[in-house]
Design a protein around this ligand. Structure first.
Ligand code: ZN
Length: 158
């Protein structure tokens, strides 16, 4: 799993941000969209399935169709190491890459990929903190907003 694959996955998951209360669709700005012209019709489906699975709204097996006829082939590189090359039907290349990145993350860093703690936010984060306590997609936006809200609620209750 490379940082590139993590970025690829997060970029896709985070392409439905809420701006001024309205959910946007920025699929066409994602690397997945740009990298896989044959798979564009599948991308919205895999994005929605991955979002549901990460939120815990769907079981992981909804991702199985995106791995149909997908293989990873070991290839020996010039410096003597093995790299895994993805072989997939053209329409599934980007979708499979996203699902494999999700799976790798789940195996190597369980629980680190999650939805933002702000219920009004549709973004996801990968928690890279040692203590595994990150809750917001971004401290400067959601973190501060939620802190301000809690502060306000505490004050109005008192
Ligand atoms: Zn957020």
């Amino acid at each position: 799993m490379t940082a590139t694959d993590e970025h690829f996955l997060l970029d896709l998951l985070n392409s439905t941000p809420v701006v001024a209360g309205v959910q946007q669709d920025r699929l066409e700005e994602t690397e997945a969209w740009k990298s896989c012209p044959d798979g564009r019709s599948t991308l919205a489906e895999v994005r929605s399935a991955l979002q549901d699975v990460v939120r815990g709204d769907q079981p992981a097996d909804v991702l199985a169709p995106f791995l149909r006829d997908v293989r990873q082939v070991p290839t020996l590189t010039a410096d003597g190491t093995v790299e895994w090359r993805l072989e997939a039907p053209p329409e599934l290349t980007a979708a499979a890459r996203a699902v494999l990145a999700w799976s790798e993350l789940r195996t190597t860093r369980p629980g680190r990929l999650r939805s933002c703690g702000n219920p009004d936010c549709r973004l996801f984060l990968i928690d890279r903190s040692k203590a595994n306590t990150a809750r917001w997609c971004s401290m400067t936006t959601c973190g501060n907003r939620m802190k301000a809200r809690r502060h306000y609620q505490a004050r109005t209750k008192a």
